[in-house]
Design a protein around this ligand. Sequence first.
Ligand SMILES: Cc1cc2nc3c(=O)[nH]c(=O)nc-3n(C[C@H](O)[C@H](O)[C@H](O)COP(=O)(O)OP(=O)(O)OC[C@H]3O[C@@H](n4cnc5c(N)ncnc54)[C@H](O)[C@@H]3O)c2cc1C
Length: 376
Amino acid sequence: MSKITDIHLDVAIIGGGNAGITLASTLSAQPSQLKTLVFEPKTPQQRDCCWSLWATPGQSKNLDKSILGKWAQWRLIDDSSEVLLKSHNYEYITLSAERYLQHCEDSLAGSVGIQRCAVDQLSQGSGSVVFQAGGQSYTAKNLFDSRPPVVASNSLRQHFMGWEIRTKTRISETDIATLMDFRVDQSRGLHFIYALPFSDHHLFIESTMISKTLEDKQWYRDAISHWLQRHGIEVDELLREEIGVIPMEEIPHTALTSASIGAASGAVRLSSGYAFAAIQAQMTRLAGGIATGDYSVPKPTSSYLSAMDRVFNGVLLSRPDLAVDIFMSTGRALNGDQFARFMLGSASLWEWIKVISAMPKRVFIRQVCAQVFGHD
Ligand SMILES: Cc1cc2nc3c(=O)[nH]c(=O)nc-3n(C[C@H](O)[C@H](O)[C@H](O)COP(=O)(O)OP(=O)(O)OC[C@H]3O[C@@H](n4cnc5c(N)ncnc54)[C@H](O)[C@@H]3O)c2cc1C
């Protein structure tokens, strides 16, 4: 296609997922009239899943239209104990990704829009980026790229299948989110059930593994069915099934570019797989920078947090037998507010000290040495 037909943009955003559409929606609400387009091939419905996070009541109110459920109590369970945490300052909330994405898409106005197509043939021009999308050629002064990173097949990953179900049986304790129930098959890697009761007959239940090897779909389905059976919960209707694979290792430097945003920029918390809150914060800061002419992408997490998470994952890999205990000890060491901050990556030094004190010290020290000196 000839260059004369290029469409010129101030800002091009590749991918309209959490990062891309949040950035576009925030830019759209700003007074500047930067000509901005998001390129996203899939509809919100095609990308529906559950996104959960800890939020303050104020943050929760802003996301209200997309919320499927919220809980002020959450728990971790192993064979011999239960840790129940309550918070007054944070709620654990679950969003419908479809509703969130649709709401953001609907908010785009003025000079910000969306094209329902994929981007390809990206190349660097002089002072701009040139690419193709939907048979059209574009030139953009600034580009932000949220295309998911390629995950190596032998890397540590969080992989899961979730069912949103209506139940025949009445669900009890609908005011508690079960974050990790470890009373399941642990023979293939760290495995837990995640169960979120949206109401007394509406449940989201997920079988989650942290390991290097993905399982057959039927394996996760069986794990969910067994858990439901054990709890005497009969399924009335399977409303939706979702599967996901989230990297738990750092994105190689070669795959990181200055244009990467969201998960592609390393926003996924390496030790937990949570990313939503970090991406929201990254996009708010990026949009704020753009308003003042600064287009550099803020780092999604601090180097300190990534280093701590590397140690944590190193321990999980070297001593999988301790994994359940490590998660349970983290829960026991903190109260609800502290736990929420820890999961959000905003724990204070004191809260970190409490967590570290609860860990098997020799194993952690050995892992720190392995990270720092490259051997243990
Ligand atoms: C099933 C699932 C559940 C998750 N649950 C949670 C959770 O509960 N809490 C949490 O904190 N995190 C969760 N995460 C992790 C993280 O928050 C999400 O992955 C989040 O969507 C990452 O946002 P993103 O914008 O970086 O990437 P994405 O949302 O994946 O967006 C990338 C977009 O790029 C588009 N794209 C791909 N190729 C092209 C192309 N060539 N051109 C244009 N567009 C393209 C894709 O269609 C996609 O919409 C979950 C992840 C998954 C997969």
